[in-house]
Every structure is written in structure tokens, then in C-alpha cells.
Design a protein around this ligand. Sequence first.
Ligand code: ATP
Ligand code: MG
Length: 737
Amino acid sequence: MTGSHPLLDALNEAQRAAVSAPLSPTLVLAGAGSGKTRVLTHRAAWLIEETGVAPQGLLAVTFTNKAATEMRGRIESLLDIPGSTLWVGTFHGIAHRLLRRHWREASLPQTFQILDNDDQYRLVRKLLKEQNLDEQRWVPREVQGFINREKDEGRRPKHLQDRGDPTRRELIRLYDLYQRRCDQQGVVDFAELLLRSFEVIRDQPPLADFYRHRFRHVLVDEFQDTNGIQYDWVKLICGASGVPFVVGDDDQSIYRWRGARVENMQNFRRDFGATVFKLEQNYRSTGVILGAANEVIRRNEDRLGKELWTAAPGGEPIRLYAAFNERDEADFVIERIREHARNGLPLASAAVLYRSNAQSRSFEEALVNARIPYRVYGGLRFFERAEIKDALAYLRLTQTRSDDGSFERVVNLPTRGIGPSTLDRVRELARAQGVPLWDAAQAALPSLSTRAATALNNFIELVERLALEIDSLELHEQVRAVIEGSGLREHHAREHDTRGEARVENLDELVNAAEGFHPELDDDLPLLSSFLAHASLESGETQAADGRDSVQLMTLHSAKGLEFPTVFVVGLEEGLFPSERSAFDLEKLPEERRLCYVGITRAMQRLYLSHAESRRIYGRTEYRAPSRFLGEIPAALVEEVRPRLSVSRPLYDPDGARHPGHRRHASKATPDTIKPRQPAAGEDTPIRLGARVRHPKFGEGVVIRYEGNGANQQVQVNFEQAGQKWLMYAYAKLEAM
Ligand code: ATP
Ligand code: MG
């Protein structure tokens, strides 16, 4: 019945079964690159073509804007229908859309604005200051984290108990205060988007009915990374009659630290009585790459258990580079990217993946010097640049005068003689009367000195005038008018240095961004509101693209779901990846390993791994041992690039990692002492279980286990004095006794 549909032709049997599964709750549980996203998009198309579901009857959700755009594109091309009729988006994007439609029911002003993480942080800080709370004791990031965590679990202050704990009591009070302030200003943070839209639908039965009827088919990608409120949200929209179709991979759950619950996969199976499909063939990577990924992830416990195989040939070995420092590492990457380009491959098919944003800098510098275009995802983000946020603040104020964050940001920018004491007066009044700064500013005018009043009034009139002027303009003209009318452009043009120039360029780029902006859906929302929301939601993801073919730079986290022919996973060092805090944490280490699995499985044809002996990061120079994950990849799959005598080989020295103060200084070693012992083919490994050995540092012991082979063979020795240790045989200089 189903086998003949052309949509199913490009799928294997297991995928076909999932795509054409009966119209009941379905879970696809499968490893990386096995076609989950492909199955999800085909399912969407299949529902529309084969079962007559209207395109508007589908809701497809994923985690990043990039993934959402990709998914929309894939469904569009399968069906040849305009994507704008489809509700495809991120959880936040969809929640935002719902709130825009139901702002009244959600008790929000129609023009509510979105606080991104940085805006939220500023607001929290400001509150703490107002409350005279010491920032050392009440760390703004922690207070912010508390608020978001509670929201992510669907909890309001009224649901929280202090359990007699005064710290907790204060945090709850701050959460409450913070939320009141947001409501007063008509602003909504990211976590609030989800929680508020959830509550609106939950508490308005007609709305719940409407959406359940409309979206019978809810499709969710990357389900392993849903948090509490996202799970409840899916449940709510589906109701009893919905047909959710979710896909995920427990081995790729990498957001536990942000509230994701991998248990949601199992809960879903149980709560919905879902039918489970598993996919086992990987179509993305070569055999070598997949082999490495399988070996690494195998070390985690409590997996739902999947084996991936591939019909693809083994392919090139994984190349491993031991760099002197981060510049040497970047040079290596650049050299390989050049080679990649010489082979006629687009730059965009090469990606550099790192553990933390701070690592991008050395690559950016090297790429700039090499004149290779690149694009950073989640690095310094276009919409988060100060000058862009200033311009957006003016635009937001023209829409929502009560937006205090925006008011604070630009009230005296460019400087117009509004002094700190005037502002303090305004803030005080706002606090005393419980009104937004905008209202307080107007109320304060009569009580100010003439000079101060004139200056403040100039600002008020400026915003009113801009609001009026831009009302009938096209979006990009609105943006241009505000950038010029506010004086921001001129302000930066006068800076007379390259930074000022760059800022002006960025402001111009904002006009371009507005010109090229198309809202996701033809909602009735004014274009400017859509654009402002887009700027907030998009912040944290992308840099403005200039359309050039460019190398992709991003964190491992943001690479989830993507694939590239050539991948560099860099900075594989203990203390960096796995990160310092996770190295010996039983919950965090497996998550780091999953992240490593995610990184390796992004690669289609070529995978490069690197680590640096010394690295300057966060203003310090660090010497770190190679990541343990390197030791988990079978040596047979790896080829060391230009092994250098003066550099330690990639190896995991469990002892060095356990005592950060006691690091290997392999560069001090003479070439002889670090020459790895490579057992020749057929040669018996000289390690026998139970053999007695002597180690120069740990003394005598007995071999109790070994793993791997070749240069990566590891042995576990039970030393009489030092206890049990894993060592790399090739380097450990064990002496048989
Ligand atoms: P991830 O876990 O990384 O999100 P995934 O399971 O979602 O991966 P996809 O991105 O859907 O995997 O697919 C991986 C690659 O394999 C894609 O390039 C996809 O087009 C290709 N692919 C999947 N299934 C098939 C198939 N049956 N025939 C040919 N190519 C396929
Ligand atoms: Mg996917």
C-alpha cells in the first residue's frame, strides 16, 4: 500500500516504515546521520500528499533557526508548495507567534518586545542594584539562571516554596519582582515565551480546542533535548487526539545543563503509548568516521542502545594534529582548508567546531590573515553588537515606550546632556509610582532644572517624532530613518577610527538586513514588529550573512543536526574538552562524551582532530593533556599528521588529568623517550594479563586490563603503591619483570 509512493522511494525500508507509520503517536529513536530529520520531513510531506492533511494542519518544531530554515526548505522542495503556509519553527519562534496572535489573552501589550539573554541579564542586575543586594552574594548570572530554570520547569513564584531556606526565599522574591517588572514594561524573555504561551493555551479551553483541532500533527526533531516546559507544551497541543511524531537520539542529548531531559524520550513512549521505530544505517559518514564515533559513545552507560552501521567505504583515516599552541593549531586548520578549496570544494562545506566560543578568536584571526571568508555561528553575533542593539532600542521604543531596557540604553546616546542625577530622579519616580521610565521621565520634567528638562524633553520628542515619521515607511526605510534621525550613524561616523567605521558599516548592514527580511509567516503583524522579534530570537545564532561562500565556525553545541564534508574538531584537551568542570563529574562527563559524538558524526568525508600543547585562552596560558576522547578512538582509524619529535603525542594520561597540577611536560622529553612503540603487524603484544611490570614513577604492579591496539593500546595496571592506573602502553615505559 505504501511502498509505491514516490516520496518513499528515496528511503530505506526502516525509514519508509516510519514515514508511513499509522496515524498514531510515533517515536523514531536512532543514531546520528541515520536519516531522522529526513524521515521527519518526508513524514510531513507524506501526511500532506498521502493522507490529505492540509499544510496548515502541521506543526514542525526544531531547535535552531538554521535547522528550521533547512527543514522548511526540505519540505517545500518535496511538495512544491510555498513554505510560508507551513508552521515550521523553533520552539521559541512558534511560542512567539502564538503570543503575537493572542497577546490579549496573554495579558501582554500588542507591541510586547523580547528580551534576549543579555537584556535579561541587565534587567536582573538592575533589580539587584535597586534592592541594594550585593552582587558578590547575589550573582546576577545565578539569579538569572534560577529564574530561567524555574520557568523551564513551568513554575511561577507562587508555585515555589522556600523550604525554610532564606537564600531560596530571596531568589523566589527576586523572581517575582523580576516578572512584575517585565509585565510592567511589556517585555518577555526567552523562557517566558514558552511558559506564557503554554499557560495561555492551557487556561483558555477554546484556544486549546482550536489548536488541537488545527495541529493534529506535531512533529518534533531533536526530541532528546526538550526540557520540561517544551515537553508539556507538546503534550498540551496534542491533547488526547493529536498525532505527535518525534525523532531523537539519546546519545546526542547535550543540553542537560540547560534543563533538557533525555528521559523525555522514554516518557513520551509511555505517556503517549508511542510506537517506536529504530533506524540503524548511517548515510552520512565514512566507515572510519562512524567507527570512531561508535567507539567513543560506547563508553557511556545507560544508553538506550543502538548500533549504527554504514554501507559506505572506510574512507580516509581521521587526521590527528598535535599543535604547539592555538596559533599553530589554527595554521594547521587553514592549511587544510586551502587544500580543501584547491580540490574545488566550497568553503561552506568545511566546518571548524570547538567547545567554547572563546576558541573562535584564533581561527578568526588566522582566517582574516589568510583572506579566507568565514562565518561564525554563535560567536559575536550580529544582532548582539552594541551599535546594532542601540539602533534596535530606538526602533523598539518607537513601538513600545514602556520598554525600560531600551530607554536606559539610548536615553543619553548619542550624548545629549542628560546627566546621572536626572536619570536617578527618573528611576526613583518610576519606582515610587510603579510606572515605566518613559512615563516617569515625562512626569519628572516640571521638577527638573531647565537644562536637564530640555535635554530630557529632547529625547522624548525625538522618539515621538521618529515614531510618527517612520509610520508609513517601508521596513528598511524605517530602519534607515531611525539610524539617521537618532544621530547614531553620525555619532559613530565621527569616531574617526576603524572601529567607528566598522560600526557604521554594521548599521548599514542592519538596513540591508531589514531590506532582505521576510517574515516566517504571513501574519498580520506589522513588519517592524516581526523584524524586531526576529532580531531578538536570532541573536545567539547567526552573524549577518553576506552571501559569500565561507568557512563555518561554530561551537559543537550549535553544530547539532548539521553535516559537512570536512570537519575539524579542535581543542581536544583535558580541561577544555571535556571541560574542566565535567572531567570528574559522573553526570557531566557522559554529556561531554555525547558532545564529542555529536562533533565526530557531523563529518561526512574528512575528519580532522587537533589539540594544542599550550593554549592561550581567557587571558592565561594553559598546558593541558590531550583529551581522553582521543584515547577512545581506535588507533587504526587515526593517522597522525606530521608527527613532531618535540611535541607530545596525543594520548590520555589518566594521571596527568586527575592531578591538574601535575601535567606532562612532554616537550621536555628527548626524542627518544617519547618515541611511541608501535607493535609491528603480527607481533604479539608484549602485554599479558597478570604480567608484573615496573613503571618509572609508580613502581611495581600487575597488568589487570588492556584495551585497544597499536599506538593507542592502553593498559590498566594495579600498582602496589599508586593503585590502579590506565596508561598508554606506547608511552608508559613499562618494564617487564
Ligand atoms: P542527526 O542525528 O545528526 O540529526 P539525522 O538522523 O537527522 O542526523 P539526516 O540529517 O536526516 O540524519 O540524514 C543524514 C544524511 O544522510 C543526510 O545527508 C541525508 O540526506 C542522508 N540520507 C538519509 N537517509 C538516506 C537514504 N535512505 N538514502 C540516501 N541518503 C540518505
Ligand atoms: Mg537530524
